[in-house]
Design a protein around this ligand. Structure first.
Ligand code: CA
Length: 236
């Protein structure tokens, strides 16, 4: 996750950044609320770790502004104060979690991970295999920049294949996934539709026949899901 750390104690900020980097995140530390607002105006962060005791704009005030201006999706508050009222105030202002100081870095990393799980990643909106893309919201298919017109069944078949590039599907499996009524299907249908898809997608061939087994598309390396990461959309 891209994480902004707002902490005026430089050594603490550095330690937090180091621990989060080690856990695979991409943290950036700033040392005042004003600097945080400026950083957030430049681009979205997945999580903001805010120390309540800051010079100038304090943590509560920063949190209020973040929420008002929809600048942050998730906020973890840090504080030296252990008063219940502070915790309640923070949560009422929209903090997602609260960690009293002093804390073990391990615990901070665990809280950050938990916050990451609480808001799962946005669903994949576009499937891509090689130079073919399938937009799951508009159902537009393109090879390079060329639009490919597909019938609804062809589209469904392509979608099944593109969701798992490199996986080999048997004809029966594809039948079951694309034609709902098992008694109506005939595995010959799959061959016909695979033939049509190949023709429409053009060269070089992307769908491969695995002898005596079935079909596969691209390879595992061809899978590049594209996700929406707009910060304000995440909270809904
Ligand atoms: Ca402080």
């Amino acid at each position: 996750m891209r994480i902004l750390i707002v902490e005026d104690e430089l050594s603490v900020a550095r330690q937090i950044a180091a621990a989060l980097t080690e856990d695979g995140h991409d943290p950036k530390a700033v040392h005042s609320g004003e600097a945080a607002l400026e950083e957030l105006s430049k681009g979205p962060f997945d999580l903001v770790v805010v120390d309540i005791g800051l010079p100038g704009i304090n943590g509560f005030e920063l949190l209020r502004r973040l929420r008002e201006q929809h600048l942050a999706s998730r906020v973890l508050l840090l504080t030296g104060r252990s008063a219940v009222e502070d915790r309640v105030t923070g949560l009422q202002l929209g903090a997602d979690d609260y960690l009293p100081k002093p804390f073990a870095m391990r615990e901070l990393v665990a809280r950050v991970r938990a916050l990451g799980r609480r808001y799962p990643e946005e669903p994949v909106i576009c499937l891509r295999v090689g130079d073919v893309t399938l937009d799951l919201s508009t159902h537009d298919v393109h090879r390079n920049t060329q639009r490919v017109e597909l019938s609804p069944r062809e589209l469904m078949l392509l979608k099944v294949l593109m969701r798992e590039p490199g996986r080999v599907f048997t004809r029966t499996e594809l039948c079951e996934r694309v034609w709902e009524h098992a008694h109506e299907y005939d595995t010959k249908l799959v061959e016909v539709f695979i033939g049509r898809l190949r023709k429409k997608l053009g060269e070089p061939p992307l769908i491969h026949t695995i002898r005596h087994v079935g079909y596969t598309i691209g390879g595992p390396e061809g899978k590049t899901p594209v996700r929406r990461t707009t910060n304000s959309q995440r909270r809904g």
